[in-house]
Design a protein around this ligand. Structure first.
Ligand code: XUL
Ligand code: CO
Length: 437
């Protein structure tokens, strides 16, 4: 037992293969294993998030903290202890990345200047730890939703001084993300939405949000930050109606602000479910629109209607999304960030480890199944054949804009066209997917 002693005698987790009964071993995640010619670790780019693992206390609507962590406190000594424990966990799990909000890593001070100094002080602690480790920063972000001042929104607040305060906080968060070599910077609009239109000027708020995003992009270029700016869609919670509802809504917003080539999306599995989409729908749409950035890996309860942030455990379901990601050429600078928390009864340090082992093993199994789908090619062949008419002849002419309604009408009538449907073969295809799992 070394360091803080928080994790006791838990040794670094190793791959032992699917036959292993050791609960402290990976059974599917073999980081060096080549999948479609690329290391598993490089496909998944897994990250441990700071907030759920080290800041969440176990509280819910009906009860307070159940996690009794020795670093729970509002002082810098606690923040340093938290950083030590966090990096011990990064060492144990060996994932290549981590993520954080500014407020996860350091306490708020008496002024924003002090709060920002606190964040920079812990970022310096991180910087020193990163020198001797392989773990890197996948993304940083600012918490613009927890503090009382943000109750009516950050960028979308009726008070421009709150906008300015949020901008000052984001500037600092981008600065430390840049300093730490972050691969991305995330904006999740936690309070960017509304409860009732009776007190909300929706048109103004959308314009404010657009201005804020433009400022973030401008600043990124000004300081030479090469990471990708990501927006994380979510349909509801905390507000009744969030402006970044889903991938389609965010894309429309980016287009309206001319930012579709500057900003991508960070898609969270549970948020897709809350928007009544499947995760693979959100991934496929983002890929089709050219804005697929990164993933917040978790799962949501299908009945609750609120955000449950559980660890992934359903490989068959995730394999379809992994298939879409592989077809899109991967996540690039993105990765799979475990935006997931152990349940409030799972309060022991070892529960954090079990949770992440299960999460990454699930992703690894889904990845291997998705790679088998690609290698076999049957799914892709089916699609290619189904749409082949668009690759040639009249289909290609229509797409290229060389046929008007009148010309098509003339051809259909002249040739007495009577198109016959062909089977969509859904059950056949579903059976096929099950063969790869
Ligand atoms: C909230 C959520 C956030 C973002 C980062 O539902 O997912 O944790 O991922 O702010
Ligand atoms: Co998230």
């Amino acid at each position: 037992m070394g360091g803080t002693g928080f994790f006791g005698a838990i040794a670094p987790i190793r791959y032992e293969g699917p036959k292993s009964a050791n609960p402290l071993a990976f059974r599917s995640y073999d980081h060096d294993k080549l999948v479609l010619g690329k290391r598993m670790e490089d496909h998944l780019r897994a990250a441990i998030c700071y907030w759920h693992s080290f800041a969440y206390t176990g509280l819910d609507q009906f009860g307070g903290a159940t996690f009794l962590r020795p670093w729970f406190g509002d002082d810098m000594a606690s923040a340093r202890l938290k950083a030590d424990v966090a990096f011990e966990m990064f060492d144990i799990l060996g994932f290549p990345f981590f993520t954080f909000h500014d407020r996860d890593i350091a306490p708020e001070g008496a002024s924003l200047a002090q709060s920002n100094r606190n964040v920079r002080e812990i970022a310096d602690v991180f910087a020193r730890k990163l020198e001797t480790r392989k773990v890197k920063l996948l993304w940083g972000t600012a918490n613009l939703f927890g503090a009382r001042r943000f109750m009516a929104g950050a960028a979308t607040n009726p008070d421009p001084d709150v906008f300015a305060y949020a901008a000052a906080q984001v500037k600092n968060a981008i600065d430390v993300t840049h300093q730490l070599g972050g691969a991305n910077y995330v904006l999740w609009g936690g309070r960017e939405g509304y409860e009732t239109l009776l007190n909300t000027d929706l048109k103004r708020e959308l314009a404010q949000l657009g201005r804020f995003l433009k400022l973030v992009v401008e600043y990124k270029h000004k300081i030479g930050f090469k990471g990708v700016i990501l927006i994380e869609p979510k349909p509801q919670e905390p507000t009744k109606h969030q402006y970044d509802f889903d991938v389609a809504t965010v894309y429309g917003f980016l287009k309206a602000n001319g930012l579709e080539n500057e900003v991508k999306v960070n898609i969270e599995v549970g948020h897709a479910v809350l928007a009544h989409h499947s995760f693979e729908h959100e991934v496929s749409l983002a890929a089709a629109l050219g804005v697929l950035g990164s993933v917040d890996a978790n799962r949501n309860d299908y009945q609750s209607g609120w955000d449950t942030d559980q660890f992934p455990n359903n490989a068959p379901e995730l394999s379809l999304a992994l298939h879409a990601i592989l077809k899109a050429g991967g996540l690039g600078a993105g990765g799979f960030n475990f935006d997931a928390r152990a349940r409030r009864q799972s309060f022991e340090p070892i529960d954090l480890i079990y949770a992440h082992i299960g999460g990454i093993d699930t992703l690894a199994r889904a990845l291997v199944a998705a790679a088998a789908m690609i290698e076999d090619g049957a799914l892709d062949r089916f699609l290619a054949e189904r749409y082949a008419g668009w690759d040639r002849g009249e289909g290609a002419e229509i797409l290229a804009g060389r046929r008007g309604l009148a010309e098509m009408a003339a051809r259909v009538e002249r040739d007495n066209l009577d198109p016959q449907p062909s089977s969509g073969r859904q059950e056949y295809l579903e059976n096929l997917v099950n063969r790869y799992l």
